[in-house]
Write a protein that binds this ligand. Structure first.
Ligand SMILES: Nc1nc2c(ncn2[C@@H]2O[C@H](COP(=O)(O)OP(=O)(O)OP(=O)(O)O)[C@@H](O)[C@H]2O)c(=O)[nH]1
Ligand SMILES: [Mg+2]
Length: 636
């Protein structure tokens, strides 16, 4: 069952032209289910029926309302259809919603379809010919130009076999849909089934959905599991692109889901409140589309209010196309390549539509020509070029595979192949399996990092290096992984050295002036001479004829070179002197087994001021262990 061919045909056409009657005559199903629909004799919401052909073909039918007030519902129904069946009553001929529905189907890029000329029992042959001429004129230049026009009567049954045969013929010609893209099911109905819980239905527009799949209801972020799957009334293990699918969701409240939501694998999509797109204005739109105009934006089964920002022009004229950014007043979940429809705010009229190009558009401060070139590339570029463009935009921060997946319609396998292609030709750099960088960003990051190091050394000739974290944040705040990879590469090349959290150029050496060397030598000599009772930094620098504290760069250099050792705040020893103290201390402890503060004072001829910090230092160095006031040697 799941592997037979499924094609979705949507009705379209003016109110009362016989759409629902025709669906009933064809399938036996009355799709007007609501009491209000029955009472008023009109369709308000979407209806669903299907036909099974002997060869295994299933034609799923979405019946839409013709009333101009319910075009919104019609839009939710035709998003996923393969074929349009434009229903035109022979007695009334072409009417306003005949045109509007035809325009909507054109805007959604529905590829093909047919016209059912209904109610032929009410007109004579001459009239029927006139109506047929009207219809041919209407279709001229549209996707339905030259399509089959089948006269029928739902009342007498005349023409029904021909209509059904035509539908079958067109349906068989619909190409199979690729299954490797991310599964997406724009929800058009939600209901509860007693004993099962919440069920959502929709046309699975791409990919494949299976029992037990972990799914998410977007944009709500509700995670769930596929507990049951049905394709037009039959339980199935999996469902694939093009099939009308009912999904029983585990642990989701009926009230938590609505028409307009999208069901897809958990984590695969992102909700957005801004999209970049091509924008087309219908030739018969009532007026030009103005910059910042508020419009109704329909994509999938969603409708949100939006403002349109046109790129480089103040208004779009009837029949023209351009690029634009839509600022959406509520989050939308869609993918590039999806078609959308726009309608005016009030009065509500369908005026145009377009193709989504980017669902996570970069914040552009760019001038129109550059932005236009960027959008042109997204609109017409090959998939690899589009992925490369997104990587370029991501800059030094890089892009994660998941980001790219939610931002392109290719699906995981194809995307990996595209990235591998880019890597092969040197345009992309893999940071790891999950993170990618454009070559230009990688080169730029490398150059920036080296330039920063050079500048740092020039400004701080006496410092051994810059902190790694500071360097990373100054180098465009590169992603941690990306930066680690760069430093590792630079170290391997010998261009950069890092020690602990300090980074320097491999070529960097500290060069002192003769005067600086004299001060350094004098300070060092002073500490060496003072041995166990060292001076303060100020005093030592003073002896060398320099004013300064332990923050002095030459003093810091002695510390960095480990000539001096800090044993507590503001107390420094010459490293050799400290070693000497330790040797004598250990010798003493070996002989006497213990050492009191008084012993320490005597042994080195120093005051308490030095004795106590020294004893604590050697405790900390794990040379000695404290026992009361005394110290013993640490065993082992
Ligand atoms: N004589 C005749 N009447 C028809 C035919 N098809 C439909 N009707 C009548 O036309 C009226 C409208 O039919 P529907 O099928 O409800 O029309 P619809 O296009 O579904 O209307 P909406 O869904 O509200 O847009 C009903 O009273 C039908 O009985 C037909 O072939 N011949
Ligand atoms: Mg109807």
């Amino acid at each position: 069952m799941a592997d037979s061919k499924h094609v979705v045909i949507g009705t379209a056409g003016h109110i009362d032209h016989g759409k629902t009657s025709l669906v009933k005559a064809l399938t036996g199903t009355d799709t007007d289910r609501l009491p209000e629909e029955k009472a008023r004799g009109i369709t308000i919401d979407l209806g669903f029926a299907f036909l099974e052909e002997p060869d295994g073909l299933t034609i799923e039918i979405v019946d839409v309302p013709g009333h101009e007030r319910f075009v919104k519902n019609m839009l939710a129904g035709v998003g996923g259809i393969d074929l349009a069946m434009l229903v035109i009553a022979a007695d009334e001929s072409v009417m306003p919603q005949t045109r509007e529905h035809l325009a909507i189907c054109s805007l959604l890029h529905i590829k093909s379809g047919l016209v059912a000329l209904t109610k032929i029992d009410m007109v004579d042959a001459d009239w029927l010919e006139l109506v047929r001429d009207d219809v041919v004129r209407l279709l001229d230049g549209t996707f339905l130009a030259g399509c089959p026009i089948v006269p029928v009567s739902s009342k007498t049954g005349e023409g029904l076999p021909e209509l059904r045969a035509t539908m079958g013929r067109l349906a068989r010609a619909v190409p199979a849909k690729p299954l490797d893209q991310t599964a997406r099911l724009p929800v058009d109905r939600v209901f509860t089934v007693r004993g099962f819980g919440t069920v959502v239905t929709g046309t699975l527009t791409t990919g494949r959905l299976a029992l037990d799949d972990r799914v998410e209801i977007y944009p709500r972020g509700l995670q769930s599991k596929v507990r049951g799957l049905q394709v037009h009334g039959h339980g199935v293990e999996s469902s694939r692109a093009g099939q009308r699918t009912a999904v029983n969701l585990q642990g989701v409240e009926r009230a938590a889901v609505e028409r307009g939501d999208v069901l897809a694998p958990a984590g695969a999509l992102v909700a957005t409140t801004a999209v970049d797109a091509t924008v087309e204005l219908l030739a018969d739109a009532p007026r030009p589309l103005k910059m910042r105009e508020r419009v109704r934006f329909h994509v999938g089964t969603q409708e949100v209010m939006a403002r349109v920002l046109l790129v480089g022009q103040a208004e779009l004229l009837q029949g023209e196309a351009s690029f634009g950014r839509f600022r959406l007043e509520a989050p939308v979940v869609a993918l590039p390549g999806d078609r959308f429809v726009i309608r005016t705010y009030s009065p509500i009229v369908t005026i145009g539509g377009g193709t989504l190009l980017d669902v996570d558009p970069p914040r552009f401060k760019r001038k129109a020509p550059a932005l236009r070139a960027h959008l042109e590339l997204l609109a017409t570029g090959a998939p690899a070029e589009i992925v490369e463009e997104h990587l370029k935009q991501a800059g030094a921060a890089g892009a994660r595979l998941g980001d790219l997946l939610a931002r392109t319609p290719y699906g995981p396998e194809r995307l990996r192949t595209l990235l591998a292609e880019l890597q092969q030709k040197g345009a992309a750099v893999a940071v790891d399996r999950d993170a990618w960088l454009h070559r230009a960003a990688s080169d730029k990051l490398r150059a920036t990092t080296l330039a920063l190091l050079e500048a740092f050394h020039a400004e701080n000739p006496l410092r051994g290096g810059i902190s790694r974290e500071e360097l990373r944040s100054r180098a465009g705040n590169a992603q941690e992984k990306v930066f680690t990879q760069l430093l590792t590469a630079l170290e391997a090349e010998g261009v950069v050295r890092s020690e602990r959290d300090q980074v320097r150029l491999g070529s960097h050496t500290i060069r002192l002036t003769p005067e600086q060397q004299r001060v350094i030598d004098a300070v060092e000599a002073e500490f060496r001479r003072a041995a166990a009772a060292p001076p303060t930094a100020e005093e030592a620098l003073g002896t060398a004829g320099v004013k300064g504290t332990d923050r002095h760069e030459l003093f810091q250099l002695l510390l960095a070179e480990k000539k001096l050792v800090r044993i507590r705040e503001s107390l420094y020893y010459h490293a050799e002197a400290l070693q000497e103290v330790q040797t004598r201390l250990v010798a003493h402890l070996k002989e006497k087994k213990e050492l009191s503060p008084a012993d320490m004072k005597d042994l080195f001829g120093v005051s308490r001021k030095y004795a106590i910090p020294l004893m604590e230092y050697f405790d900390a160095q794990r040379v000695t262990v404290r026992q009361g006031e005394k110290r013993v040697l640490r065993s082992g």
